[in-house]
Write a protein that binds this ligand. Structure first.
Ligand code: FMN
Length: 176
């Protein structure tokens, strides 16, 4: 898939087929993500955690929602109060990128485009971040204690690809 096409046709996928994603494919997508430009030629201090298993991930999603509800009690009307909102939807796999914020974000965008070009769907999810950053969750998921989770992505074979939400036109300021 050509890169401009990938940028414009990638969608946030929230319905997945109940099909395990092959590890070789996940590894390839992660290696593509790690081709994001590093700030120096040194090894970027990031970690990619892969969590597999739809039922296990769904259970984690419920815990993450409970955690967010308990730690944001003032946020009436927040997504935690929406019974239809699922943290990890029905993803068979999630990938968590931990490390410096800018590096993780560059890698996350690469990961989404690579997955899309390789026939997978992704959804970047901010909802679990409070829960993911707790020492207990990091230990449970084998995230090293010295790095901070930044990007969490659902990934799997898409069952439904939604329409593109409209985009506003960005401010473009020219100097001459
Ligand atoms: C930082 C970030 C956090 C997001 N968090 C969530 C989330 O918690 N749950 C969710 O379903 N989608 C989440 N999304 C996906 C956005 O809703 C989605 O990118 C946006 O609606 C545009 O749709 P598109 O990706 O299909 O173009 C998040 C996206 C970003 C970039």
């Amino acid at each position: 898939m050509e890169v401009i096409e990938a940028i414009h046709t990638r969608r946030s996928v929230r319905q997945f087929l109940p099909r395990k994603v092959e590890r070789a494919l996940l590894e390839q997508v992660i290696l593509d993500a790690a081709w994001a430009p590093p700030p120096t030629s040194l090894q970027v201090p990031w970690t990619f955690n892969v969590v597999e298993g739809q039922e296990r991930i769904s259970a984690y999603g419920k815990l993450a929602k409970e955690y967010a509800r308990a730690h944001r009690p003032e946020a009436e009307g927040w997504w935690t109060e929406n019974p239809d909102f699922e943290v990890f939807w029905d993803a068979p796999t999630i990938i968590i990128i931990s490390g410096p914020v800018e590096d993780c974000c560059r890698a996350g965008q690469n990961l989404m485009l690579s997955a899309h070009a390789r026939g997978l769907g992704t959804c970047w999810v901010g909802a679990p971040m409070l829960w993911l950053r707790t020492p207990e969750t990091k230990a449970e998921l084998h995230i090293p204690p010295d790095v901070t989770p930044v990007s969490a992505l659902c990934i799997g074979y898409p069952a439904h690809i939604p329409d593109a939400p409209p985009r506003g036109r960005p401010a473009i300021i020219w100097s001459h």
